[in-house]
Each structure stands twice: as structure tokens, then as C-alpha cells.
Write a protein that binds this ligand. Structure first.
Ligand code: 8YV
Length: 311
């Protein structure tokens, strides 16, 4: 008998096919009557597969009494309540490491796009504005003072890339680390000492809205914010206000507080670059993530230690 698994969001076809080979898959996101499904099948569900952006909504988890594992196709587990997982005794697994390079690459790409106005320049050409005038000057990337909030695997990979641009690098994280970068113990101090702040920390109750109005003001009118972590770390209303007032110079954002909804005010700002939570979205990395997700599930259902256990 194949274990019953509840799939909370679509995955790429090869991953869905591999899951369907191993499990009886129930596609939650396509169900017309979720309530009827839970009443008839909720108790049979042994695993949940989900995305990092979605996790396991608590009210759904509460309806799955036989749950043994939540397998996340992503590194972030902020949307899964680990206290509940531990109390109820189900496992939580994720896909760390394999996506580190891609997220770091996108952080650099967003920084360059914003500072060097690549997206604006592209629009300038394709909308026929070039013959009528110049775009105006951007800002230099090389040797710019970069700050990284969160110096975990992804933050360090971003820093390594910035070293190649001869950028002075500072960081703030829970603890001072043995790295050749300048440590600041608060995001406010970090923002006061850099011109481009990249957010790369995990979302936790402690980091919610940690990038707030004073941090954005400290970054200043010539400063820019880049976020490849989670929308919840940034006070989005304060960010919009700082951009509207000109108190902050610009922002490049891959993540938002209420995805896929992005504040309308940000859509047309010339000093903003927006991407749809795509930092790990390459063919290569999604294939690696799929392998690790399957390895986590296979290990669990054959009684082996999980390759990437969170809990
Ligand atoms: C994914 C992510 O886009 O790893 C994460 O935490 O946010 C991204 O890699 C997401 O998990 C897709 O569901």
C-alpha cells in the first residue's frame, strides 16, 4: 500500500511524477471540497509535501491526525509550526544547501539590476524612448559598501560574490563570526554603515519587521534595500512610505509580506525592481531540490535518518 500524501501546491512535472510513483497523492490545491476530503481521508494522510512559501497552515495540520512528515520543497520552514510538530511527533524536512548558490546569485543580480538600472534601461529601449533622451545615471556596484543581514549559508555565499566586486562588506547576525567582514550587532547599526543592505536571514518571530522605518531611514536616500529572504522581515508599509517620500533610494525585492500580492504602489516606481519569489527557480536547482525532497520522504518511509531534517 502506497502511503497517502497531501500535496499542497503544484510542483514541476518530473517531481509530481516521482511522487505519484511512490505515493497516493492527493492534490489539495485542486480540491473543490476540501472539507469533504478531510472528513473522509484526513486521518489517512501520513505526509504533506509543500513549498517554503506555504508551509503547513495550522488549521489544516490540525485536521491530519496521522501526520508523520512535512516535506518542504525549500529551505525556509517559517510557515511550519515546529513546536506543534514536536508536540505531535511528526517530522519536518527541508532542502537546504542545494539552493544556496541560486539565491546568492539572484541577490547579486537584483543588486546590479537596481543600481545599474538594467530593468529601466531595458524598458527605455523597448518602449522607444531612447531616441528622445538618455536614461540618466545609475550607481556603481563595485566598491559599494554592502551590508548583509543574516550571515548563514546564503548570506556567506552573497558575501563571497561581493568580494569579487571589491566591496567593503559588513553584516549583522545573531553571533559574530570568524569572517573578514565587519560585524554590527543590530540591523540599525548595519544600515548606518552601508549603502546597499541585503536581507538574507531566516524568518522567525524575532526577525518579523526587523527592517523597519528607522533602519530604512538609516540606509538613506542614497541607500538601497535588497530582499531575497522573506517578506515578513521587512515592514512593507514602512518600505513603501520610505520609497514614496524619497527617504530610501531604492529597493529590489524577490519576496513580499502577502505573496503573490505586491503593494500596487511599488509596481511603477522607477527605483524598484520586483521579481516573483524566484530565487531558487532554475532548472538545475529545482531538480536538486526535488531529489532532496524525495530523499527525505524515502528515508522517512523506510525508517532511515532524514538527509535534511529540521525536526
Ligand atoms: C522556494 C524558498 O521558492 O527555499 C525557500 O525557502 O522560498 C524557495 O526556494 C519555495 O520554497 C517554493 O515553494
Amino acid at each position: 500500500m502506497k502511503p497517502d500524501i497531501l500535496q499542497l501546491c503544484p510542483f514541476m512535472p518530473t517531481l509530481e511524477a516521482a511522487l505519484a510513483e511512490r505515493f497516493t497523492l492527493h492534490r489539495w490545491f485542486e480540491m473543490a471540497d476540501g472539507e469533504a476530503f478531510l472528513a473522509s481521508h484526513g486521518a489517512a494522510i501520513r505526509g504533506v509535501v509543500t513549498g517554503g512559501h506555504l508551509g503547513l497552515p495550522p488549521e489544516l495540520g490540525a485536521r491530519l491526525p496521522g501526520l508523520e512528515i512535512v516535506a518542504i520543497n525549500g529551505v525556509g520552514y517559517d510557515k511550519v509550526d515546529l513546536t506543534v510538530a514536536k508536540a505531535r511527533g511528526y517530522r519536518v524536512a527541508n532542502t537546504p544547501d542545494v539552493l544556496t548558490e541560486d539565491v546568492a546569485d539572484l541577490a547579486i543580480g537584483l543588486s546590479i539590476s537596481l543600481l545599474r538600472q538594467i530593468v529601466r534601461g531595458h524598458d527605455h529601449v523597448r518602449t522607444g524612448q531612447w531616441p528622445s533622451g538618455d536614461l540618466g545615471l545609475g550607481r556603481k556596484v563595485s566598491r559599494r559598501r554592502f551590508g548583509i543581514f543574516g550571515l548563514g549559508r546564503i548570506g556567506r555565499a552573497i558575501a563571497r560574490r561581493l568580494e569579487a566586486f571589491d566591496c567593503p562588506i559588513s553584516y549583522a547576525s545573531r553571533t559574530r563570526q570568524d569572517v573578514p567582514y565587519t560585524f554590527h550587532d543590530t540591523p540599525l547599526a548595519l544600515a548606518s554603515h552601508c549603502d546597499a543592505l541585503i536581507v538574507a536571514a531566516a524568518a522567525t518571530p524575532d526577525t518579523r519587521h526587523i527592517i523597519d522605518a528607522p533602519v530604512l531611514a538609516a540606509l538613506g536616500a542614497n541607500g538601497v534595500l535588497v530582499n531575497v529572504a522573506r517578506g515578513s522581515l521587512v515592514d512593507e508599509a514602512a518600505l513603501v512610505a520610505a520609497l514614496v517620500s524619497g527617504q530610501l533610494g531604492g529597493a529590489a525585492l524577490d519576496v513580499f509580506e502577502d505573496e503573490p500580492r505586491v503593494p500596487r504602489a511599488l509596481w511603477d516606481m522607477p527605483n524598484v525592481v520586483l521579481t516573483p519569489h524566484m530565487a531558487s527557480a532554475t532548472h538545475e536547482t529545482r531538480a536538486d531540490m526535488a531529489r532532496l525532497l524525495l530523499a527525505n520522504l524515502d528515508a522517512h518511509f523506510s525508517g532511515q535518518p532524514l538527509p535534511a531534517a529540521v525536526v
